[in-house]
Design a protein around this ligand. Structure first.
Ligand code: NAD
Length: 416
């Protein structure tokens, strides 16, 4: 069997490696550096900046280079052929790259996403997240448009570097799709660290260093030396030739079924290009599902249980349903604070909180929302509890090592 994969981000390259490990021949077509947005201008370089006290491009390049070499090594498999260039669909499972045609038994589109912008005057003068990562100096005043994941991560990073940071968010809360309780606590924690956050703020124009916005029918101006546009991402559909290939899509992304298959049999789409949760680990899981379907295998991946983490200071993490999504179910919310945790206090990381939502009738854990040090690691224990439908009664009997930050989760379960 032979499959064609377009895009070598965490969706495409992980799927290529998995396919090759199953003895499947892969043609992996990529237009850009290996690793996609995640490795080159997303998750990894931002985490490198999170660990610095000042922007250091050399260190960032080192980290990317090291991990890129790892991906290249993974792709050095005799069953994987790497083709550099832009793929254009030719119908069925055929694609063309630079005049050459490749045909497979299946085709997987994993072309990711690109930064979105606002249709306002001066929008072109704002930096996107990729450009932000290339700054080697610290702007005295940074204005971030969009209080979502990208906006808040950069706000935290540049606040730490010493910038005066203002975040302008259109919705009534930051992180609009997250648990409202969690979002409010994060807003308070970021404000305490000196980040100015304006919600229900509508940006109308950028003129030089002046960002104009309105709130409650009043006009405001924020002066900035640097403006970051972080109002979401859109699927990268450019030059795929979807219309001619007859593949259905909307501006939000390529339409797929539960097996990630498009309306054309044998043609699949995974990750950001499908417009769902734009997360690297979701793209990888999508690829696994698509490959399993191609191979006639079933899996138990539950796409409603996706852990997510935002690397602000303090970081936040969540899995399962938000309190708002539990509407209609009678729930119990067990809560615990980091400041009651020995390890958190001893290590000076006492700013944090955890909430466990469970079904009052069955005791089943439905969602966990956390803010605090290492919550992005602790959330995986919660993911297991939610994915396996564990009840608070059973979870209370699980022994946690002392002293650890994971005891915050145990304390919130105990309070349920
Ligand atoms: P996002 O959807 O998380 O946030 C965009 C924010 O911009 C929203 O809060 C939205 O309300 C706001 N907004 C929209 N229009 C606006 C306007 N006119 N004025 C002010 N605010 C406005 O998108 P993002 O932060 O750009 O991130 C893009 C994608 O990348 C997301 O899906 C995100 O999950 C993903 N990502 C994830 C991570 C992570 O997992 N740690 C990190 C970075 C990016």
């Amino acid at each position: 069997m032979k499959i064609i994969i377009i895009g070598a981000g965490p969706g495409g390259y992980e799927t290529a490696a998995l396919a090759a490990s199953r003895g499947i021949e892969v043609v992996l077509i990529n237009d850009g550096p290996l690793g996609g947005t995640c490795l080159n201008e997303g998750c990894i370089p931002t985490k490198a900046l999170c660990a610095m006290d000042a922007p250091n491009q050399e260190r960032k390049r080192e980290v990317i280079g090291q991990l890129q070499a790892g991906v290249a090594q993974l792709m050095r498999n005799k069953l994987i052929t790497l083709v550099q260039g832009k793929a254009s669909l030719k119908g069925g499972c055929s694609v063309e790259v630079g005049g050459e045609t490749f045909t497979g038994d299946a085709l997987i589109i994993a072309t990711g996403s690109v930064s979105a912008s606002l249709p306002i005057p001066g929008a072109g003068s704002a930096l996107d997240s990729a450009a932000m990562l290339n700054l080697d100096s610290v702007p005295a005043r940074l204005c971030v448009i969009g209080g979502g994941v990208i906006g808040l991560e950069f706000a935290s990073i540049y606040r730490k570097f010493g910038s005066e940071v203002t975040v302008l968010e259109f919705c009534p809360n930051i992180l609009p799709r997250f648990d409202v309780d969690l979002a409010k606590r994060l807003k308070a924690a970021l404000s305490k660290r000196g980040i100015a956050i304006e919600t229900s703020a509508r940006v109308t124009a950028i003129e030089g260093g002046s960002v104009k916005w309105t709130k409650n029918d009043k006009d405001f101006v924020t002066e900035a030396d640097c403006v970051l546009m972080a109002v979401g991402r859109r699927p990268n559909l450019a030059s795929l030739n979807l219309d001619e290939a007859g593949i259905e899509y909307t501006p939000r992304g390529i339409k797929v079924d539960e097996n990630m298959q498009t309306n054309i049999p044998g043609v699949y789409a995974i990750g950001d290009v499908t417009g769902g949760m734009m997360l690297a680990h979701v793209a990888t899981a999508h690829g696994k599902r698509a490959l399993n379907h191609i191979c006639g295998l079933q899996d138990g991946i539950d796409f409603s249980v996706v852990p997510a983490a935002v690397f602000t200071v303090p970081e936040v993490a969540c899995v399962g349903k938000t309190e708002e999504e539990c509407a209609g179910t009678e729930i119990v919310a067990g809560k615990a604070n980091y400041r009651a945790n020995g390890k958190a206090v001893a290590s000076g990381e006492a700013d944090g909180w955890c909430k466990v939502l469970s079904d009052k009738a069955t005791g089943r854990i439905l969602g966990v929302h956390m803010m605090g040090a290492h919550s992005s690691d602790i959330i995986h224990e919660a993911a297991v509890l939610v994915a396996l439908g564990v009840t608070t009664k059973n979870a209370r009997d699980i022994i946690h090592a002392h002293p650890t930050l994971s005891e915050v989760l145990a304390a919130a379960i105990a309070a349920s």
